[in-house]
Design a protein around this ligand. Structure first.
Ligand SMILES: Cc1cc2nc3c(=O)[nH]c(=O)nc-3n(C[C@H](O)[C@H](O)[C@H](O)COP(=O)(O)OP(=O)(O)OC[C@H]3O[C@@H](n4cnc5c(N)ncnc54)[C@H](O)[C@@H]3O)c2cc1C
Length: 482
């Protein structure tokens, strides 16, 4: 039987392991003591948090991973459908986005005459777009000749490939709040709406039309479950096992080096952060296109500053909410040019409002994410670590008329430096190589890695891209091609 090693038990590595353990001898090596990677659980005393992802959308793809591995997602995981989806707090208005698009039409129309109709037209157009994009994302895209594939040619008139998310939304309504409410999702890719290609308006569409889910215990439970089922399928999961080198001979995989020993494999799947692995795990003589000197010239996503607070109270705040900057466009420009804006925008997650497993009775676990520049910028995190914490807390106090600091029992901060040092993320760019057209499709590192035979990629650094549904999709692609 074919022997496969997977480096990393992040969502990508676990999904690939779960699928492939049905047919091959698969071992996952994870450097950490728990599974999940950027999507793992962290504990601060009695308080539990998702380290990273909290938005779960388009669960059909996850369901396909489970069913092709011999399991039923809906039997294995308790999914809680959210309604409302989230609150968006602008300077002059708050939008509560419902799981029912009809209510959203009404909400937009009440805010500005004609906006409801614009939203309705946008929904119809996005459905057409999703239908043509889906087949493209489900297959590898490894050559420019794939632009001549029938599914791609069919998609071109619908997807407006050279328009940005911002430009496209501007054709439906000029109102900035309308545009921001349907474009902030570009940040899921670590990009600004004026940079992200307009195909990514399928993200808000997927949220509005197919819903958002919470999992009891946090999204990290999906990945803990995947680890269990992988072992049940016969896979070997080795924790506390940092891979030191990927061994290559005559441009083919030979095996891996771990704890000073060589272990031979027929094939290796790389789930650890792509650029980190190119720089640290492969001898540069085997690399050309992704040689460390070339990686420096690539474009990377932004990073995030995280604040995890264990509180002695459950605040009556929405499950998901985003507080927008006063001048959001200026803030985006500052963020994308490596500046730490004074007028920040941030996301707050208050899952304890519906999930009582995350904190002691009557207490809560509050998660705050501030998009910040990656480590290419010269922000001094020793200085800003505390300043930013205090700024966020005072903004929450002001917004909700609370004194949150009086209720903090435990807290933890994560800066771009922590993403780099603890999670092996190149430049702390947590959403990977950015998703401009110059780094997507055949221009993104291929699922079957183009520089080394028998090396495969899974996760946010390869096709189709960063974000849980696309990461799970990259595992489905490997299941088809391996
Ligand atoms: C703060 C934050 C919020 C996010 N929010 C969302 C969201 O709401 N929705 C969404 O869809 N996506 C979100 N994402 C994006 C994405 O879904 C996650 O980052 C996801 O965890 C990436 O999965 P991955 O499999 O590509 O990589 P990772 O999760 O990074 O997994 C890689 C694994 O490799 C391991 N590893 C690294 N080096 C080695 C080595 N040398 N040897 C062995 N193992 C190694 C790591 O420990 C890790 O377990 C978010 C990301 C972040 C950081």
């Amino acid at each position: 039987m074919k022997k496969i090693a997977i480096i990393g038990a992040g969502p990508g590595g676990l999904a690939a392991g779960l699928l492939l353990s049905k047919k091959y001898d698969v071992t996952i090596y994870e450097k950490d003591s728990v599974v999940g990677g950027r999507s793992k659980r962290i504990k601060l005393g009695d308080y539990k948090f998702d380290l990273g992802p909290t938005f779960l959308m388009y669960v059909e793809i996850l369901a396909e991973v489970f069913s092709k591995s011999g399991y039923d997602l809906y039997q294995e995981i308790d999914l809680i459908k959210l309604d409302p989806l989230y609150k968006l707090i602008f300077n002059d208005v708050t939008f509560t986005i419902s799981a029912d698009p009809k209510k959203n039409i009404e909400m937009y129309e009440n805010y500005e005459k004609g906006m409801g109709l614009s939203y309705q037209k946008w929904l119809i157009d996005q459905e057409k777009k999703l239908n043509v994009i889906k087949p493209i994302l489900e297959k590898p895209f490894s050559s420019p000749f794939h632009f001549f594939r029938r599914d791609v040619i069919k998609a071109v008139p619908v997807i407006h490939p050279f328009q940005s998310v911002y430009q496209l939304l501007n054709t439906y309504s000029k109102n900035p709040n309308f545009i921001h409410s349907l474009s902030f999702q570009a940040k899921y890719l670590g990009m600004a709406s004026y940079q992200a290609p307009s195909i990514f308006t399928i993200l808000p569409y997927l949220e509005h039309q197919k819903g958002l889910y919470h999992v009891e215990g946090g999204l990290n439970r999906i990945h803990a479950k995947m680890g269990e089922l992988f072992k049940k399928n016969g896979g070997k999961l080795i924790l506390n096992a940092p891979v030191e080198k990927i061994l290559v001979k005559n441009k083919r995989i030979e095996g891996i080096k771990i704890k000073g020993e060589i272990v031979y494999y027929d094939q290796v799947i790389l789930n650890a952060d792509f650029s980190y692995a190119m720089e640290k795990l492969i001898d540069p003589i085997h690399l050309k296109k992704y040689h460390p000197s070339k990686l420096e010239k690539k474009k990377y996503s932004v990073s995030t500053y995280m604040l995890y607070l264990g509180l002695d109270k459950i605040f009556d705040l929405p499950h998901h909410q985003i507080i927008f900057s006063k001048d959001y466009e200026k803030y985006l420009k500052e963020l994308m040019t490596g500046q730490l804006s004074k007028d920040i925008s941030f996301y707050m997650h208050n899952p304890s409002i519906l999930d009582h497993t995350l904190a002691p009775r009557g207490h809560s676990s509050l998660y705050i994410l501030v998009p910040v520049p990656n480590l290419r910028s010269s922000v001094d995190w020793d200085q800003f670590k505390i300043e930013l914490r205090n700024q966020v807390i005072s903004m929450i106090n002001h917004q909700y008329q609370v004194e949150i600091e009086k209720h903090i029992v435990v807290e933890k901060v994560y800066t771009p430096i922590d993403w780099k040092d603890n999670e092996n993320v190149y430049l702390g760019a947590v959403f990977n190589l950015s998703h401009g057209l110059d780094q997507m499709l055949h221009k993104r590192p291929h699922n079957q890695f183009e520089e080394i035979k028998n090396l495969y990629l899974v996760g946010g650094g390869t096709h189709p891209g960063s974000g849980l549904p696309t990461i799970y999709q990259s595992a489905l692609i490997l299941n088809d091609i391996m």
